[in-house]
Write a new protein. Structure first.
Ligand code: SF4
Ligand code: SF4
Lengths: 403, 257
């Protein structure tokens, strides 16, 4: 059991009071967390040792270690901990918060992301006025609720990457076509949309998160919608788990469950076959965290001609792409201290199944895995496609115009 | 050491800039404003000096754009005093020749040993402000500074950068004005919770300043976006062909040794 000093106890008690999971005071030092962690071998203080040192009141050492910025929020440690201790959403953000409050600087690449969120309300540092750029040339109407408020069924929060990032924009357009084809009455927040802010919360930048929550409170106030739909699993987590703490309770669905609930309507519209062997990467956030394993497979399985195969680590045991919880902006730090990028390992696993396509359902993963394919020499052998893109292909809703 | 830092708000380059209907100025109504980057470095350098040698840091900014946020962020980082200069027109910033006497008016009674300003702003690349300010105060000035060391109570050792990465060290008598190009370390990140706390605890001192006559020495005749003269050359072909073309180009331009 943990040997606790008074200052260590103080920290752990504060942590227990956040109400994330069971009390960290119950840790029995079994080490399952550290052994499970995909970067545990490279951490100076893997999760078990973090708790041990924290309990011993040696926070100072921990806060200065590069370990502090190595967790990629994959939830594997929390998922496997026999004591139900929430390391991912509890311990890590608490330590990072302490560090930043003490003036310890997070890695510069991450600081830039924080600044972008603070200044522009998106992680990419893009002009808020160009939020609707993704819809350029789109052949279905986009209802901008910030300009024309009216009741809708679905408020779609498009997300930063799908709004701005060239590789993700076609996914956003495909999703818009699918929503329209399903006859859903949907709207977006247009140029007013602002990041929901999950990575900053995971990084202990609670003040930034709260600022984004406030912005979104003002945006959502007075709008009439039945539910929010998001493409980003992390944003799903933010609204589902954190927003209620600020008195904001909204029905929310990640697009995978939203579409899987409409499978018969989708299947009825599938007019083309996608002849390919496909393997699916379970993302950590809606996958492991929310145990959403069957809906993405149901969607893929419904596509005519598509053959679904499984990777060696799937469902609960999925290997993280390394982009979660802010890891997206820490590649240089993690490679420097961990020696490898998780996405490189993961795409090799995908290739070993013999699949031509690696299907994903998180906006970060397209670019992460496409980069990984280039680095590992798998470019041209394994294609990375979002489930939305594959569905749109089967429904003959692919881009007509050349964008 | 008593240090004062001047910070400016400049148009944010992530938004497309537009020329207004006069054809002689930027359309400020369509621009967004941010803290000038080298002023952020000036602040960082001031905080580093304070941490090393003690003293205080006072930050001054003209009432414009998002100056309140920049001042509160400075307080959260460790500035002791934050001052906003009111000059009667919050919708624009005065040109540097006009701004310098305003800053000087506030600085004189404060009696700092050292004034740090970013050497340039991206709406003022020729770096007029810090030099004008030194003239107003009648103090020595060194610009394009990359590092500052306190030598003794009376002078400083500063590193000035020249083209071709040549560095020179100067000894500067205090009080002095320095135009900072870069601090010894990147400007620090301060968590938003600390900025929010500063908004509650720190208060911005507002100070009315006399507006000197606008001494127009140079008038803008026309402001326009640069017309593209040469188009980019797109390299096509197999990776090998593209790679050898890049290598040839680098050699042609004298970039390979
Ligand atoms: S798995 Fe849980 S109980 Fe075991 S060491 Fe980790 S935190 Fe402690
Ligand atoms: S969440 Fe994942 S990366 Fe972070 S400590 Fe736990 S197992 Fe490791």
């Amino acid at each position: 059991m943990l040997q606790k000093t008074s200052s260590g106890l103080d920290f752990l008690e504060q942590l227990a009071a956040t109400g994330e999971g069971d009390s960290p005071l119950g840790c029995m030092q079994c080490g399952l967390c550290s052994a499970s962690c995909p970067l545990g071998h490279a951490m100076e203080y893997p999760p078990r040792r973090l708790l041990l040192r924290a309990a011993a009141g040696q926070l100072d050492r921990l806060l200065k270690s590069p370990t502090l910025w190595m967790c990629v929020g994959c939830y594997l440690c929390s998922f496997r901990c026999p004591r139900g201790i929430e390391l991912t959403d509890g311990l890590w953000p608490a330590l990072r918060d302490r560090a930043m409050q003490a003036g310890i600087q997070p890695p510069t690449e991450l600081q830039e992301t924080f600044q972008n969120l603070l200044k522009y309300g998106n992680v990419l540092g893009k002009s808020p006025r160009q939020r609707l750029q993704w819809a350029d040339g789109l052949d279905v109407p986009v209802l901008d609720l910030s300009k024309q408020p009216q009741p809708v069924e679905v408020l779609w929060i498009v997300g930063d990457y799908p709004s701005y990032y060239p590789r993700n924009q076609p996914v956003a357009r495909a999703f818009a076509r699918i929503l329209t084809a399903l006859g859903v009455r949907w709207g977006v927040l247009g140029t007013k949309e602002c990041a929901l802010g999950e990575c900053d919360r995971m990084f202990g930048e609670e003040g930034l998160f709260e600022m984004l929550v406030e912005k979104n409170r003002q945006l959502l106030q007075g709008l009439q919608f039945k539910m929010i739909v998001v493409l980003d699993p992390h944003e799903f987590r933010a609204i589902e788990h954190y927003y209620p703490r600020y008195g904001m309770r909204y029905p929310v669905e990640h697009y995978v469950t939203f579409l899987a609930n409409r499978l018969p309507e989708l299947t009825a519209r599938m007019v083309r076959s996608v002849e390919a062997t496909v393997t699916y990467h379970d993302n950590c956030c809606v996958g492991r965290r929310y145990q959403c394993f069957d809906p993405p497979r149901a969607l893929l399985g419904a596509i005519p001609g598509l053959k679904l195969v499984e990777m060696e680590r799937n469902r609960e045991d999925s290997l993280c792409c390394g982009g979660g919880g802010g890891g997206m902006w820490l590649d240089a730090h993690i490679v420097a201290h961990g020696g490898y990028r998780l996405s490189d390992e993961r795409i090799k696993m995908a290739a070993r199944t013999g699949a031509q396509i690696l299907a994903v359902s998180c906006p970060f993963e397209l670019s992460r895995f496409e980069d990984a394919a280039k680095v590992t020499g798998l470019e041209g052998k394994v294609q990375v496609r979002d489930i939305v893109e594959l569905l749109a292909e089967a429904m003959d809703l692919v881009e007509k115009e050349s964008v | 050491m008593k240090i004062a830092v001047v910070i400016r708000q400049v148009p944010d380059l992530i938004e497309p800039l537009e020329v207004d209907s006069t054809g002689k100025a930027l359309d400020l109504s369509s621009a967004a404003f941010v803290l000038n980057e080298s002023d952020d470095h000036a602040l960082e350098q001031a905080l580093l000096l304070k941490e090393k040698h003690g003293g205080s840091v006072t930050v001054l900014g003209i009432d414009f754009g998002d100056v309140d946020s920049s001042l509160y962020a400075a307080a959260a980082k460790g500035a002791d005093q934050i001052i906003k200069l009111l000059w009667g027109d919050p919708n624009r910033t005065p040109p540097p020749q006009q701004a310098a006497p305003m800053y000087a008016e506030v600085l004189r009674p404060l009696g700092p040993d050292l004034v740090l300003v970013g050497v340039q702003a991206h709406d003022e690349l020729d770096g007029v402000l810090p030099a004008e300010l030194a003239v107003c105060l009648g103090w020595p000035y060194v610009g394009v500074v990359r590092g500052v060391q306190a030598a003794n109570g009376k002078s400083l050792l500063v590193c000035k950068e020249f083209p071709g990465a040549v560095m020179a060290q100067f000894e500067v008598r205090l009080p002095a004005v320095l135009g900072i190009l870069g601090a010894e370390q990147p400007p620090r990140y301060v968590p938003v919770s600390r900025i929010r706390a500063a908004m509650k605890t720190a208060s911005i001192a507002e100070q009315q300043v006399a507006v000197p006559p606008e001494a127009v020495r140079v008038e803008v005749a026309r402001l326009y976006p640069p017309a593209p003269t040469e188009r980019a050359e797109m390299l096509t072909g197999s990776p090998e062909e593209v790679a050898s073309r890049i290598a040839a180009l680098l050699e042609e331009k004298g970039l390979l040794r």
